[in-house]
Design a binder for this molecule. Structure first.
Ligand code: ZN
Ligand code: ZN
Length: 134
């Protein structure tokens, strides 16, 4: 059940299952959704274990956590810098790969007087499903 490419990471069985759920998902799951899918693979797993595993995997750099406004945290298998598009109707969240324009970073750094490390963009609008049903 556990695929071989996770061996060598030194993860417990529970953490391996949680990581697998996130890597196999085509979407950005909430902790609750991860729990639901993890239970299919490992029925004895508890929500607390899933939650602790998520925290551990995030700190170890295997997954990323993203938060938008007051919504629940979602977990992302892509840990490198990337952007997101979020549907204002159904909340669907998809990845976008863009090179951030250097002049925007410069402007933002100048206004905030921050020394910039990274910048993220969120495109808000209607996803294709919501466009076609409206
Ligand atoms: Zn939508
Ligand atoms: Zn993402």
């Amino acid at each position: 059940m556990v695929t071989s490419n996770f061996q060598g990471l030194g993860l417990t069985r529970q953490r391996t299952v949680v990581l697998r759920v996130i890597r196999d998902a085509n979407e950005h799951l909430t902790a609750n959704e991860v729990f639901g899918k993890a239970k299919e693979l490992l029925p004895s797993i508890s929500f607390a274990t899933v939650y602790n595993s998520l925290r551990y995997l995030k700190e170890a750099g295997h997954i990323a956590e993203i938060q938008f406004g007051n919504g629940a945290s979602r977990y992302d298998r892509m840990t490198h810098r990337h952007d997101h598009a979020i549907c204002t109707s159904c909340g669907k969240l998809v990845d976008i790969e863009m090179e951030p324009p250097a002049d925007i970073i410069k402007k933002a750094a100048k206004q905030s007087k921050f020394k910039p490390e990274s910048i993220e963009f969120t495109l808000r609008g209607l996803c294709p499903d919501c466009v076609s049903t409206n």
